[in-house]
Ligand binder design. Structure first.
Ligand code: SAM
Length: 207
């Protein structure tokens, strides 16, 4: 699929109406993330979808800049924030590489259910590392299909070609941990609710 934006624009409304698959795990991830938050923090979320997580975290930080490639996702996210009178989240249509953020300017970056959808995960992780302040954290929750669904590497592209699913990169938890380490991150927290489920990682840029 040449234009992933079209795919995400097309499913944005349905995505926003879909209930969270595992509410307990989602709440636990929110809670662990908040243990690292302070009220003055500047946070970036990339691939924010319809903004639910940014909106949920908004009361715990100074400001969240939430970005996504899909303008439909951003439209829905903005409407949700407006309805809740959330005024410290700014939504923006952009990829991580396009976001205008100075090096060492952010306290936390969130990338949830997104790293497996990027052509170049290493480049994304390197950019996150650069824009974080020393001591800043990168929070990611990532499906790692290489551990339980290696075959997806072969069938996934067919679904992508037919426009049924987005492009998905297949890698293992060990691959992801290794990419984070190679970029300079230290793993602070790592949790996988169950076999085959997304791995939740809090990685720190050393001081
Ligand atoms: C699986 S959804 C996850 C949304 C949200 N983070 C969540 O956890 O519910 C992936 C999101 O990433 C966005 N996306 C896909 N490729 C992207 C890219 N290269 N840069 C930024 N966002 C992207 C999609 O538009 C979609 O909203």
């Amino acid at each position: 699929m040449k234009h992933p934006t079209k795919f995400w624009d097309r499913i944005a409304q349905r995505y926003s109406e879909k209930p969270i698959a595992d509410e307990d795990s989602y709440q636990k991830k929110l809670q662990v993330t908040r243990e690292y938050f302070r009220p003055d923090m500047k946070v970036l979320e990339f691939g924010c979808g319809t903004g639910s997580t940014a909106i949920a975290h908004a009361p715990y930080v100074g400001h969240i800049r939430a970005t996504d490639i899909s303008s439909k996702m951003i439209e829905i996210a903005q409407a949700k924030a407006d309805a809740k009178n959330i005024d410290n989240v700014t939504f923006e249509k952009a990829t991580l590489q396009e976001v205008d953020a100075a090096d060492q300017s952010l306290d936390a970056v969130l990338g949830l259910s997104i790293l497996h959808l990027l052509e170049d995960r290493e480049a994304a992780i390197a950019r996150v590392f650069r824009i974080l302040k020393p001591g800043g954290i990168f929070v990611t929750s990532t499906p790692c299909l290489g551990d339980t669904m290696k075959f997806f590497k072969y069938v996934g592209p067919i679904g992508t070609f037919l426009g049924l699913i987005p492009m998905v990169k297949v890698f293992t938890v060990a691959d992801l941990v290794s990419s984070l380490g190679a970029a300079g991150f230290e793993i602070e927290h790592q949790w996988q609710p169950g076999k085959g489920q997304a791995v939740f990682i809090v990685a720190k840029k050393p001081v």
